[in-house]
Design a protein around this ligand. Structure first.
Ligand SMILES: Cc1cc2nc3c(=O)[nH]c(=O)nc-3n(C[C@H](O)[C@H](O)[C@H](O)COP(=O)(O)OP(=O)(O)OC[C@H]3O[C@@H](n4cnc5c(N)ncnc54)[C@H](O)[C@@H]3O)c2cc1C
Ligand code: FES
Length: 283
């Protein structure tokens, strides 16, 4: 894990509620793998205190890209950064996706909901480089929630689009579109997914019923991102027994059959603690 206190913002693109930042950070860019993330300091001021976790969305030589949705205070502040400015980043963090050893000619389905598409772009690029055939299922609430469509099309992978309201592509959830496609296509060699928990739970079920190996990139509130605070713990089933694991260290990517979907009281309590720590400097 490296710290770059001054990663230069070389490009910024804004859509309605979504932002792409291209950062020059040679050492972190060169070490990053699909599914890994950065902890980003959003302000030079003490508030907000905690860095925010964001996936490595793409890598281009000495640069890497972040793609994020403006969901609250931190991402709102990041969205206000300008080209030519600098960001303090820690990374690359986490274990990321496990890539197939022999990928050539094999088919992998990538399912991304909303901002969950962020790490899948980097993964799709890597799979293409290895000669695999990525099929990308990209879903959002409305047409405004799928701003990466043009960028994905340039990958020359198969793209399937859904919106909850039917304003673009398949009408319904990305998981429903994916399931329909599975019913009429050849069995893929693997599934990779990132998105809201209900979508991931559905994908885990679909993969389990069909016996297709699946990897899920999980989200969690993160206090530190480096294994120090226990704020990101989640129960994961290892060898049959559930155990608490730190999403930041052991994940954020897990095999779908290891993920336990209940929201335990302890996990809710850990989230509360993190949010309080972040906000206390504001008092
Ligand atoms: C490993 C990892 C990778 C991520 N990658 C991306 C990415 O590439 N693009 C992207 O848009 N988002 C990503 N996220 C989610 C992103 O970290 C949160 O949206 C962000 O931290 C919210 O910060 P905020 O200050 O804007 O929101 P806050 O003002 O802190 O909170 C706003 C709302 O967002 C929820 N929230 C806050 N932090 C998280 C979190 N870590 N996960 C889920 N919900 C959260 C809060 O409960 C609240 O409802 C990732 C999260 C993780 C754990
Ligand atoms: S975020 Fe601190 S231990 Fe995982």
């Amino acid at each position: 894990m490296l710290n770059d206190p001054a990663a230069l913002i070389v490009r910024k693109k804004n859509w309605n509620g979504y932002v792409l930042l291209k950062l020059k950070s040679p050492r972190i860019a060169r070490r990053s793998k699909p599914g890994q993330f950065l902890m980003v300091r959003v302000s030079d001021q003490p508030y907000p205190l905690l860095r925010r976790p964001l996936s490595v969305h793409a890598r281009d030589g000495d640069c890497l890209e972040l793609f994020f949705a403006r969901t609250g205070l931190g991402t709102g502040m990041l969205a206000g950064k300008k080209t030519g400015g600098a960001l303090d980043i820690l990374g690359p963090l986490g274990k990321g996706f496990t890539l197939p050893r022999a990928a050539k000619g094999r088919t992998f389905c990538l399912v991304g909901g909303g901002r969950g598409i962020a790490p899948l772009y980097f993964l799709a690029e890597e799979l293409k480089t290895r000669g695999a055939r990525p099929r990308i299922f990209y879903g959002g609430k409305t047409a405004a929630d799928v701003p990466l469509l043009n960028k994905l099309e340039r990958l020359k992978a198969e793209i399937f689009l859904s919106t909850d309201d039917g304003s673009l592509g398949f009408r319904g959830f990305a998981s429903a579109m994916f399931e329909k496609d599975l019913d009429r296509s050849a069995r893929p060699d693997g599934i990779y997914a990132c998105g809201p928990d209900p979508m991931m739970q559905k994908i885990a079920g679909i993969a389990g019923e069909r016996g297709i190996p699946a990897q899920l990139s999980l989200e969690s509130i993160m206090g530190c991102g480096i294994g120090a605070c226990w704020g990101c713990v989640r129960k994961i089933r290892r060898g049959g027994d559930p155990e608490w694991v730190k999403i930041c260290e052991e994940g954020p990517v897990f095999p779908a059959n290891e993920v336990i979907w209940s929201m335990d009281e302890e996990r809710a309590h850990a989230r509360e603690e993190i949010i309080l720590t972040d906000r206390q400097t504001d008092r």
